[in-house]
Design a protein. Structure first.
Length: 665
């Protein structure tokens, strides 16, 4: 991920690790731009730092419940904390969540995706003296889900031949039963020891997850490719920091970090290639409807094979970092630092193609046909080593008590590695051999900005003008048939303006908002992906996207919120919050397929709340996406169905009730 997510100091580098992170949260800090010095190599676009609820030396407990319609979303969560001895405090937290689906699957006659999740956390905090404190945290989460939200929004030859109902309409049809099971466990130890006026901080973490995932990759009723994968991951990290006392003429933090991780991914694929795929792989788009009139003749199975994939990565990373702030004048501060990172990775990928139901290699005719689809048995391995220096400098000036100006420059990086998803070992821009290893992504970011307080301190305004130059940006590219490749695209320039602020108008009304202008341009991306029927496709099936935008890069986005609170005569507190969030036009797939152009939209949310005078209990009525906007999330061509395109949809209008009760003082 480009934005690093950290939970109590531990980097959650893979999305599967984040399930328990947002359980019983004390606070969330969001940092924009490369945060490499203090947060590490993979916070190239920013960092989100989540701090979980901490044990207390007095009893406190809370229980909350919510349910939302019309999709039957329910959640129950709570925590309890208090002293276990004079020096030991504890805290436990639990969350159960159940979500009904919002996309109807005609093939399975159910709503997708359905989800049930249970997460728990136990925390012990030992304070043997005023100079030392240690916090030990155990987390466990389990997640079971069925179905996905991919819908065929434009038919290809196979889906058109079977009269598939296409369109973004919260309807889908799969012939396979999709599911996902995930179990995550983690242990975190945070230590603080005061040595004189300085502080020694220790952060240790161990986390694992096991996942089983079944995916109907063509996301249609045509039996083309069904994938069942199992992934095991483990990660250990240790960080030590030496921190100076605050408020000195020169403040600093320095430390060292080490992390090792192991990942193993096994996948089985049931592949059926049909006449419509082999005969018309290069068919012009305008002829699909004509060819599809042949109906069943296009869907005859001509090739069947079982695909078995094994992918492993072992990584080791160590780094040294230091950052200091020099208060060289009363109103001036200069912060500078650097992180040096040494990283090694061993990667291995093996793909076997077997006769169906056996472990015998496919016959030569089948192997030749598969090769036309860029699928071939192969084994690849590699070892990579990288050394990266990531500096940063930040100059701040207090113009007066209400205005602070700043400017900074920073370099960020995202680790290179090995690609798991390609289906061949060929050379060329879409080949899995040449692109098995991808390089570090590098970003040089500069920003000028200001933080302003006005209206007697009741309002604040933040301004930021930024420019980021990317080299070797990492992208996931569809190979045009059935596989995806993670590779380095080239260089890109991202620049823009961000404005956000808050204003307390009187004692009862708070206005807040944010506005962002984003200009993304590929400076060089010669071998980019092509959408089906792209007029400028090369002989190798790539398109030059230099000068174009990227996926998920709307020119304008923003939010506006108005929150009104007051007190009734009987002491009860009530509040009303209305917020609006908007994005302008943007593409949802990296090939910039016109079928994946999401038009601009605005979504409105409303919350009406009532709380006891002592805040012990509360109740809230909520509505999300009040105008029932139908919007897309991500999109891609459907594998092995020439000309088709699939996309995910986001939740429509929901409304519900939240209840909360607090038992502590």
């Amino acid at each position: 991920m480009s934005v690093g997510l950290y939970n109590d100091g531990i980097h959650l580098g893979r999305p599967h690790l984040t399930l328990a992170a947002f359980l019983d949260v004390e606070r969330i800090e969001v940092l924009k731009g490369p945060q490499s010095i203090l947060f590490g190599k993979n916070a190239i676009a920013g960092a989100m730092n989540v701090t979980s609820g901490q044990p207390r030396d007095s009893f406190d407990a809370s229980l909350s419940a919510s349910w939302f319609e019309p999709f039957e979303d329910r959640e129950l969560s709570g925590f309890a904390t208090g002293p276990l001895s004079d020096t030991l405090n504890g805290r436990v937290a639990l969350r159960w969540r159940d979500e009904g689906g919002y996309v109807y699957n005609r093939g399975q006659q159910r709503d997708d995706p359905q989800l049930e999740e249970l997460a728990g956390r136990g925390t012990l905090q030992w304070t043997p003296s005023d100079e030392a404190q240690f916090t030990l945290k155990f987390e466990h989460s389990g997640r079971d889900s069925t179905g996905r939200t991919y819908q065929i929004v434009d038919n290809g030859i196979l889906t058109e031949s079977e009269n598939n109902q296409a369109g973004l309409d919260d309807m889908r049809e799969t012939n396979e039963d999709e599911f996902m099971e995930l179990v995550n466990d983690s242990i975190t130890l945070n230590g603080r020891i005061d040595i004189g006026e300085h502080t020694l901080e220790l952060v240790s973490g161990f986390t694992t997850y096991d996942q089983i995932d079944a995916f109907d990759a063509d996301s249609s009723g045509v039996d083309t490719i069904f994938l069942i994968g199992q992934e095991d991951y483990s990660q250990f990290s240790q960080e030590i920091r030496w921190v100076s006392p605050p408020g000195e003429h020169f403040d600093f933090i320095a430390g060292a970090f080490y992390q090792q991780a192991e990942q193993e991914f096994n996948e089985f694929g049931d592949l059926k290639v049909r006449t419509g795929t082999l005969e018309f792989a290069a068919l012009p788009g305008e002829l699909i409807d004509i060819v599809a009139q042949a109906g069943p003749a296009n869907t005859v199975v001509v090739i069947s094979a079982d695909l078995a994939r094994l992918f492993t990565v072992d990584s080791r990373s160590s780094s040294l970092f230091a950052q200091g702030t020099w208060h060289f004048a009363q109103d001036w501060r200069l912060t500078a630092g650097a992180r040096y990172v040494h990283e090694t990775k061993d990667g291995y990928r093996n793909l076997e193609a077997y006769q169906p139901g056996t472990e015998q290699d496919v016959d030569p005719v089948t192997a030749a046909a598969l090769a036309q689809l860029k699928i071939e048995a192969h084994t690849l391995s590699g070892k990579r080593e990288s050394n990266t220096l990531l500096p940063s400098i930040n100059l701040q000036h207090d113009l007066n008590d209400a205005v602070m100006l700043y400017g900074y420059w920073s370099r960020g990086a995202k680790s290179g590695g090995y690609d798991a998803r390609n289906n061949n070992a060929q050379d060329g821009p879409t080949g899995g051999g040449e692109n098995f290893e991808y390089q570090d992504e590098i970003a040089d970011a500069a920003e000028l900005g200001s933080k302003i307080r006005f209206a007697s301190g009741t309002a604040e305004l933040n301004l930021a003008l930024y420019r980021v130059e990317y080299e070797d940006m990492q992208v996931s590219v569809f190979d045009g048939v059935a596989g995806f490749t993670v590779t380095n695209a080239g260089s890109a320039l991202v620049q823009g303006l961000e404005v956000d602020g808050r204003w307390l108008l009187g004692d009862h009304l708070m206005l807040s908002g944010a506005l962002a202008y984003l200009d993304f341009e590929w400076q060089s991306y010669v071998d980019g992906p092509c959408y089906f029927g792209a007029p400028d496709a090369s002989d190798e099936g790539t398109c030059d996207l230099s000068g174009r935008e990227n996926q998920q890069t709307p020119k304008w986005s923003g939010s506006l919120s108005a929150a009104y609170t007051d007190q009734l005569k009987n002491g009860l507190h009530w509040g009303l919050t209305l917020d609006a969030n908007f994005r302008t036009d943007h593409y949802i797939s990296g090939d910039l397929d016109p079928r994946g152009l999401q038009r601009g939209f605005t979504k409105y949310n409303l919350r009406l709340s009532l709380e006891a005078a002592d805040r012990r209990w509360g109740i809230a009525l909520m509505g999300k996406n009040l105008t029932d906007e139908l919007t897309t999330g991500i999109g891609a061509p459907a594998p092995l169905d020439t000309g088709s395109y699939m996309a995910t949809s986001e939740r429509r209008r929901t409304y519900g009730l939240e209840l909360r009760y607090r038992f502590g003082d």
